[in-house]
Ligand binder design. Structure first.
Ligand SMILES: Nc1nc2c(ncn2[C@@H]2O[C@H](COP(=O)(O)OP(=O)(O)OP(=O)(O)O)[C@@H](O)[C@H]2O)c(=O)[nH]1
Ligand SMILES: [Mg+2]
Length: 320
């Protein structure tokens, strides 16, 4: 099977294989992606984030159902909650998502947390590109809003849906600040629970404060409520999300979102590549090996060592 042709034809097996290659940093993945890249940039990437147990998966599942009713091909990236904050829920997610398992218009992928910093964000970016090239639109990414990786992923999305729930105490505190400031659609899930009014007041205040620093043509984030388990409010939520997609397109901000993301990937990958090369070089370069040894031995602080590296010709050769 030609993977590129398969992905462009929307074949799930081809897409799954390419995503696996990319996760494993198999060189075939990068070259296939290079061929596909021109066919990306169409899908609206929707991040769904919020505290553990907020009902994100239930909500995503309901959004998938709503997309299918509207005859949209929809993909989901579920970031495996391997963090201690939310153990165990992924199994439930899988069971719930099973009802879409035989529907070719739905493509669901789980991503496990990577050891390296930012690895999860990159794997998500890669998978989203593949799904986009396969013709899925929207692509929904579910993340638990607790870590830096999650904020990274939220900033990857065209539209970030911030889910909060009543009854956690200081609800606003449970949402990562970066996400609160950048979210485009706010939703109170579990609106069948007590405490909805208090939470609504908190969120309205936050949005009010945010609006004071906004330009007149900036998007005004709506505040909605849902009962995901019963599908209530889900259609209105999807409307709001698509409305934001149209806003971005009209304001010429749709493509730049992904472009900015690609630029960050470039810089991160370039940095990692330089470090790899530097370490390789250190095997044959005595001065460099000595400097690394001095840092390990505590004879020089790492910042001074970096300054020395940047001045030396070694790094210039290593990076070229
Ligand atoms: N009462 C009520 N319960 C809900 C609602 N939405 C989800 N739940 C329940 O809340 C629990 C957690 O739902 P999940 O969808 O797994 O939540 P999550 O945010 O994906 O959880 P993690 O991925 O572990 O962070 C489940 O038992 C759901 O049935 C709702 O609107 N009302
Ligand atoms: Mg979940």
């Amino acid at each position: 099977m030609n993977v590129v042709a398969g992905v462009l034809a929307g074949e799930i097996a081809a897409g799954a294989r390419l995503i696996r290659w990319l996760e494993d940093t198999d060189p075939r993945g990068r070259s296939a992606l290079a061929e596909l890249f021109g066919r990306t940039g169409r899908a609206q990437l929707i991040g769904v984030t919020g505290p553990p147990g907020a009902g994100k998966s239930t909500l995503v599942d309901a959004l998938v159902g709503e997309c299918r009713r509207r005859e949209r091909k929809v993909a989901v990236i579920a970031v495996d909650p391997t963090s201690p904050f939310s153990g165990g829920a992924i199994l439930g997610d899988r069971v719930r998502m099973q009802r879409h398992a035989t529907d070719g218009g739905v493509f669901i992928r789980s991503m496990a947390s990577r050891g390296e910093f930012g690895g999860l964000a990159r794997a998500t970016y890669d998978a989203a590109l593949v799904m986009d090239a396969m013709g899925y639109d929207p692509v929904i990414v579910e993340t638990v809003g607790v870590g830096q990786d999650e904020v990274e992923i939220a900033t990857l999305a065209h539209t970030t849906v911030v889910v909060s729930v009543p009854g956690l105490g200081d609800e606003i505190q449970a949402i990562k600040a970066g996400v609160l400031e950048t979210g485009q659609v706010f939703v109170i899930n579990k609106a069948d629970r007590p405490g909805v009014e208090e939470l609504r007041r908190q969120l309205e205040l936050m949005l009010h404060l945010r609006a004071q620093g906004a330009a007149p043509d900036d998007w005004a984030p709506p505040l909605l409520s849902t009962v995901a388990t019963r599908g209530e409010g889900v259609s209105a939520l999807l409307d709001a999300v698509f409305e934001h997609g149209r806003y971005l397109t009209a304001a010429n901000r749709f493509a730049p979102r992904l472009g900015a993301r690609s630029e960050r990937v470039l810089l991160a990958e370039f940095g990692a590549g330089c470090v790899r090369r530097l370490l390789d070089t250190s095997r044959s370069d005595a001065a460099l090996a000595e400097l690394l040894d001095a840092v390990r031995g505590g004879r020089i602080d790492p910042y001074s060592a970096v300054a020395r590296l940047l001045e030396s010709t070694t790094i210039a050769t290593a990076a070229s």
